[in-house]
Design a protein around this ligand. Structure first.
Ligand code: F6P
Length: 411
């Protein structure tokens, strides 16, 4: 006889909002498995908060197979903000409340970044809805208060599901880019997602990018002059006359025409959380490098590639570990919290005893701290290398090691 489960009759619903990552399906599957084991009926809300508007759009996840390795999100995503925004001044939170009641949802797990979880926090604080936020972003800038132990001192860093998979993809992509770049002895400017933070751009240095620009350090008029000189020097020094420069999509770049620091947008239209869509800074920088240094340069946007494909092992185990913490929060009925890793640890130490829960009132964005970037060398520091090695292993770069003997014409 099947014993009665702890919470039989209770219902937990999961939603995912914002940009997808390769680790969302894994998060959904891991949370679903643990909640179902406790006896919850588990629903999936489709398209983020949008699935709780109108009549609602929900599916039953309780006893169906779920592929947690496949990237993206089976529950679909949107950037719907239930609260008033510039784009949509209507307050739709009442519709959400109505559906939470209609579908008899006892607990809501919101997989998202600062936007989705910020709205969840408001649902909890304003209306007392029992929510548990689950972190997600490839940008890795959602504050998780995870401590990185570097040479015996603890530094605040961030660890969000999705980042490891995207960082691994950028490392591999950068490593590949050397072959084309070396063949043409060019400078390649590789653009990496990251609206406000350079955490992900740093992973290009693990594939051999020699120089990096991040949103945290604006490229002012003076800094640009120094940058062009530095780029030329590094290029001429490089054994293969080939240089890869990684740039975050959100780099603030001095525009000579407007005489202002500007960002480059793929579209200036704002989403419901007030974000424009970035894209194109790599082309702008590449063409200015060519003009200023006389060296051929190209721009390459990595775009959605690091956000796509399978969940990387580190993320798989990270989501499982954070889901273990969700179990703990459910058993304690401790809501308005987000499970996090308290420490930055390598794969084998991703265990529940390294987890903690932070109050959702304390989340928000956390940019790359100063010590992780060498401002004068436009590069990531040894501290950053130590941080990322925990997550994606050591830097790796393909090399063409053959040296050809030079042929001298015979007399
Ligand atoms: O979720 C964050 C992010 O990946 C950013 O790095 C990027 O600017 C944005 O999403 C793009 O999202 P989309 O084009 O899917 O709206």
């Amino acid at each position: 006889m099947i014993e009665e489960k702890l919470f039989s009759g209770k219902t937990l619903a999961i939603l995912s909002g914002g940009g997808d990552t390769p680790a969302i399906n894994s998060s959904i599957e891991c949370v679903r498995n643990r909640a179902a084991m406790l006896g919850y009926k588990v629903y999936g809300i489709l398209r983020g908060w949008k699935g709780l508007l109108g009549d609602g759009d929900l599916v039953d996840l309780t006893n169906i197979p779920y592929d947690g390795i496949y990237g993206g999100t089976g529950l679909l995503s949107s950037r719907t903000n239930p609260f008033p925004s510039k784009k949509n001044p209507e307050d739709r939170s009442q519709q959400i409340l109505k559906n939470i009641e209609r579908y008899k949802i006892d607990v809501l797990v919101t997989i998202g970044g600062d936007d989705t979880n910020g709205a969840a926090k408001q649902m909890y604080e304003k209306y007392g809805i029992p929510v548990i936020g689950f972190p997600k972003t490839i940008d890795n800038d959602l504050r998780t208060r995870s401590l990185h132990d570097y040479k015996g001192t603890k530094h605040e860093a961030v660890l969000c599901p999705g980042f490891a998979s995207a960082a691994m993809a950028i490392k591999k992509l950068t490593s590949k880019l050397h072959t084309t770049n070396e063949s043409h002895q060019r400078i390649m400017v590789l653009e990496v997602m990251g609206r406000d933070a350079g955490w992900l751009t740093g992973s290009a240095s693990f594939g051999g990018a020699q120089i990096s620009l991040i949103p945290e350090v604006p490229m002012t008029h003076e800094r640009k002059d120094f940058f062009f000189e530095y780029v030329k020097e590094q290029y001429l020094r490089s054994p293969k006359r080939s240089l890869i420069i990684a740039v975050s999509e959100g780099v603030r770049w001095w525009n000579e025409n407007s005489q202002q620091l500007e960002m480059v947008y793929a579209s200036p239209d704002l989403d419901e959380y007030g974000h424009p869509r970035f894209g194109g800074i790599s082309g702008v920088i590449a063409s200015e490098i060519s003009k200023k240094t006389g060296i051929e340069a190209r721009g390459q946007i990595s775009g959605y590639i690091p956000r796509s494909g399978k969940c990387f092992e580190y993320d798989r185990r990270l989501t499982a570990t954070l889901a273990d913490k969700v179990t703990d929060l459910l058993l304690r009925q401790d809501y308005g919290k987000m499970p996090v890793m308290k420490d930055i640890v390598p794969y084998c130490e991703l265990e529940e005893y390294h987890t903690g829960a932070i109050d959702m009132g304390n989340i928000g964005n956390f940019p790359l701290p100063e010590e992780y970037y060498n401002v004068n060398e436009f590069s990531f520091s040894d501290q950053y290398t130590d941080f990322l090695t925990n997550i994606i292993g050591k830097p790796y770069r393909m090399e063409f090691d053959v040296v050809f003997p030079v042929v001298i014409p015979q007399r």
